[in-house]
Structure formats: C-alpha cells, structure tokens
Write a protein that binds this ligand. Structure first.
Ligand SMILES: O=P(O)(O)OC[C@H]1O[C@H](OP(=O)(O)OP(=O)(O)O)[C@H](O)[C@@H]1O
Ligand SMILES: Nc1nc2[nH]cnc2c(=O)[nH]1
Length: 185
C-alpha cells in the first residue's frame, strides 16, 4: 500500500515531544553507567532487537567502556500497525549461548510480550544470565506479567503511541532524535 508522505510529515509536525535529544542523551549516560557497573566484568554478548533497538544500540554501545560482543536478532509483533499481535521471529540468535551472560537492547517495553519471549528463548538456549535494557518503559498496567520491568531503563513514558529513537510511525521517524507521542494517540 502506498504511503501518504503528507500524513507522515503532518504526524511529526503535530506530535508532542515527551523527551528531547538532550533528555535522551542524559538518560543514555545514566543507563550506560548502570550497565557498566553491573555488567562490566561479565564479557556479555549484547543482542540488538531489530529494528527498533538499532538506535539505542548505536548510541549506548560507544558509552560502554568494557569488552562485549555484539549480535542481533529480529522479532516483531507490531509491523506497521499501532497495536501488537503475535510475535513474529524473523531472525533467531545464531550464536552459542551456553554459559554466556547476555544483554538484550530494545527501544521500548510496552506490554512486554516481545521482551518476555526473547528473554525466555535466550534462557532456553542455555544463557547463564539474561539481562535487558530498554530506552523507554511505557507506564500502564497491561504488562505481560504484573510489575514487569527491564533491568535497565532510560525513561518512563506516558501510555501513548510513540515514535523516535528507533520507534516508528508506519515505518517512519525511527530517526527522530527525541521521544514523540502521536497527536490524539
Ligand atoms: O512490549 P511490546 O508491547 O511487546 O512492544 C515492544 C516491541 O514493539 C516494537 O517492535 P515492533 O514489533 O514494532 O518491531 P520494530 O522493532 O521493527 O519496530 C519495539 O521495538 C519492541 O520490540
Ligand atoms: N513505534 C512504537 N512501537 C511500539 N511498540 C510498542 N509500543 C510502541 C509504541 O508506542 N510505538
């Protein structure tokens, strides 16, 4: 289906900025310090969840001053939709996970089904320790299980449909430098 670029541009112009680039950078600095303190001695294998985790990875990895290996996996449950469905694995991890400490990076923990499935899968593959880091944690009571949180969180955000810093609106604006909420959503 053809994309209405006028709509894409209008959504960006009308959106509410929930966190600007400066705020995101401060959150990244804090997260990086926390991750370094807790994982700096653990030789972790870091998984980026494609596509949304790409921006977090690109911004936080240079802030981590310790040895780590980088890999990616691809799982999606929203596609271009505004509501999540079943998780669609597009690329499962290919590395040997037995005995490894793993850190998973993603842009958002919303209902948490994506992260929960990924973490369970990695444990099932023999990872010794599995941790998670998300740039944003959406505040609501519809989590995969009550009280679910990543081990490391950049920013708590309102229960709205977000884009920017890896999160897309119909495939666009992952490149927006802050966290934005679509007007009316
Ligand atoms: O907590 P949940 O409700 O499960 O949602 C969070 C997931 O949704 C987004 O992925 P999406 O399926 O949109 O794929 P994308 O990474 O390609 O944008 C985001 O990147 C997270 O992986
Ligand atoms: N772009 C985007 N992806 C999501 N995946 C889960 N929640 C969201 C959201 O608010 N925005």
């Amino acid at each position: 289906m053809a994309v209405d670029l006028d709509e894409i541009i209008r959504v960006r112009e009308e959106a509410d900025c929930l966190a600007d680039g400066t705020t995101v950078n401060a959150a990244l600095d804090r997260m990086a310090a926390e991750i370094t303190a807790q994982m700096g001695q653990k030789n972790p294998l870091v998984y980026v969840v494609m596509n949304g985790g790409m921006i977090l990875a690109g911004q936080i990895l240079p802030r981590l001053p310790f040895p780590l290996e980088l890999a990616y996996l691809h799982a999606t449950r929203y596609g271009h939709a505004l509501k999540g469905a079943d998780l669609d694995w597009r690329m499962r991890p290919t590395q040997d996970l037995r005995g490894r400490t793993v850190l998973v990076l993603d842009d958002i923990l919303d209902e948490g089904h994506t992260l929960h499935s990924i973490l369970e899968y990695l444990k099932g593959e023999g990872a010794a320790e599995v941790r998670s880091a998300v740039l944003t944690h959406k505040l609501h009571e519809r989590k995969a299980y009550p009280g679910m949180r990543a081990d490391f969180t950049g920013l708590d955000v309102a229960d709205r449909f977000l884009f920017g810093c890896g999160m897309d609106y119909k495939g666009y604006w992952r490149n927006a430098p802050g966290i934005y909420a679509v007007k009316g959503l």
